[in-house]
Design a protein around this ligand. Sequence first.
Ligand code: F6P
Length: 321
Amino acid sequence: MKKKTIGVLTSGGDSPGMNAAIRAVVRTGIFNGLTVLGVKKGYEGLIHGEIEEMQLSSVADIIHRGGTMLQTARSKEFMTEEGRQKALNIMEVFGMQGLIIIGGDGSFRGALELAKLGAQVIGVPGTIDNDIAFTDYTIGFDTAINTVVDAIGKIRDTTSSHNRANIIEVMGRNSGDISLYAGLAGGAESIIVPEVGYDVDDVCKRIVQGRNRGKLHSIIILAEGVGGAFEMAKTIEEKIGVETRVTILGHVQRGGSPTAFDRVLASRLGARAVELLINGRTARMVGIYKNEIADFDLEEVLKSRKEFSEELYTLARILSI
Ligand code: F6P
């Protein structure tokens, strides 16, 4: 019988741990007697046939590296029916019988469309945003929040020296998880997320209360989905006269060596994705749900909204008074 051939690509925004996931796919595939093809630059590379066979050694020395060795893209052409048909044709030409997509929400929507055209696809959640339903964590989120916590510590030093407030804007698109987890771990005075919104008087009150207790700094973590950091700083200065600076962390959150947590998660999810392809499954997403590696219907995942943890949010508010 002919050896089964599968492909792997990374798509959308990169996230630390994607390399560990690629490594897991390639090595689990080869271990099980499959041929594994690496697709460069996401769906864009798929459409244009930027594909090469991966060997065990192709993924050596990458588990600790940030970014993605396969590179990634947000493909406009793949969003069209014509583009997706081209991608499917290329899969046939290369004898690719299954495809593993490591990426986020947008990448999974593309994967589902491919599945509807008849391709066998499995999604692996890789995004720093942690905004995918049916997985407690996405690959890259843990590294990103550790980067933010590190930044909070540094900003806290200078903020204390100058007796200022500092608004730190973090990524996450429409999800507040980076803000919530990093804010809790970093002891921020205020955590602002799109799921809850905010009242500037409450933010000001917390700053004043902290100062009255002798606090030298005030850290406000603001999710990019809420926005308006500079206006908020101006309002705080006008309302309570506290000098307020803004730090936009940006893409620093997407880079760096993945944490052990992200490497383990990526390894487990990548391996499970290959097993699903071997078992003939399609249109599934692998995830870590209630601490177990599991898989879910991709359409269901995309229809559902990731639950925001009110419990953590309330805890963070209590602990930062
Ligand atoms: O989805 C990951 C993410 O980093 C979001 O948090 C952010 O909104 C977006 O990507 C930034 O995209 P780009 O790298 O294309 O500017």
